[in-house]
Design a binder for this molecule. Sequence first.
Ligand code: UDX
Length: 441
Amino acid sequence: MKISVIGTGYVGLVTGTCFAQMGNAVTCVDVDEAKIAKLQEGIIPIYEPGLEEMVKQNAQKGSLVFSTRLPESLQGAQAVFIAVGTPMGEDGSADLRYVLAVAQGIGEHMEHPLVVVTKSTVPVGTADKVRQSIAKALEKRGLAVPFYVASNPEFLKEGAAIKDFMKPDRVVVGTDAPEALEVLKELYTPFMLHHDRFIAMDIKSAEMTKYAANAMLATKISFMNEIANICERVGADVNQVRNGIGSDSRIGYSFIYPGCGYGGSCFPKDVQALVKTAKDYGYTPRILESVEAVNADQKTLLVQKIVARFGEDLHGFTFALWGLAFKPETDDMREAASLTLIHLLGERGAKVVAYDPKAMEEAQKHYLKEALHVHYVKSKYDALDGVDALVLVTEWQEFRSPDFVEMKQRLKNPIFFDGRNQFTKSKMQKYGFEYHQIGAL
Ligand code: UDX
């Protein structure tokens, strides 16, 4: 099938590439000319395991084409996916400017029946707005070409995006016309050959499913962080509590890891957008407001622990940071806990030596351009030379089994703040470290 994917961010690029991999003819479109030029040369703007090879292979075969021209991408296409960004507006709601601009563009240029699918995470009711934008543009042209809107939220995880897309837990599709459902079913059937994971529903429910899923996961994390904070005060160990509750299949072991707060492009933005939507409809979602508030506090927890250990004034202290990305296997820095930590340490006069396997360039170029108190090094051990303490923020695999003897030799003080509870206190004490973790003494 010939399809067009608008927006070459995380979701758009992965969606387009995976559809091409399944034998479809895909055009990925973006307004950013520099980005498209790079993609045409096989240069991928993000780090995502497996993506680069798959893009190159499909581009070579001709099944994946990159372009800045929306009109041409629609020629002969049966479906067009809108996968542009929906940044968080000032008031916490999702900014639909880009989505609706694409919808208008589609209406201005489509020549034959088309299924228009929103893949970006968009508030309930957006499909209706997309429909209106297209209809208005068509009307201006005096054309009556039939088109269908559909919602197909994306559930992929960064760092596992290709795997998640190629072998999805579920594909949620919201439609209100059999024609649209049929096209989407045909596109997705190859991804679930042995097990039907296609969940069809109405459009608004599909839009809501994405927010409900992310809000539930964010709630699990904030809930667990709250339990961890109580554990610390009463002298319990959250690591043991986590095992204890996870064994109940109704609760499960996943997404109950306490830490220094969730980050990324989805949870913070989606929880806030859902709060905003609820309030727009006259309902105050108290749990979701707390999920957000607990997370904001949790991002400051490592600094609270550092201050408790070294005092309020951190002038003259230097801290090594292991990990900058919001989670492992990505160079994504959006809403990362490291940003809050670095900012607060700087405010108190401390210096930071940072190391991340993939995100240092991203951090230096965009997120920490003005953070002059941060110095970057090329290896995790180089970060330790003569610093006052080590702080682990992102649980990259290469931090899981480090050489503790070398670490101790290089650090000025063998003090370790572990924001992701990667080790046990007894082990760390054996190596002579003073070990601070989350939710356990
Ligand atoms: C998430 C959802 O998992 C995905 O389904 C959705 O479509 C988009 O948002 P992603 O943002 O890529 O994906 O990351 P995820 O792996 O879910 O991690 C989110 C954040 O939560 C990270 O900062 C992670 O460190 C944190 N986290 C996760 C915890 O603090 N504890 C946990 O137990 C799990």
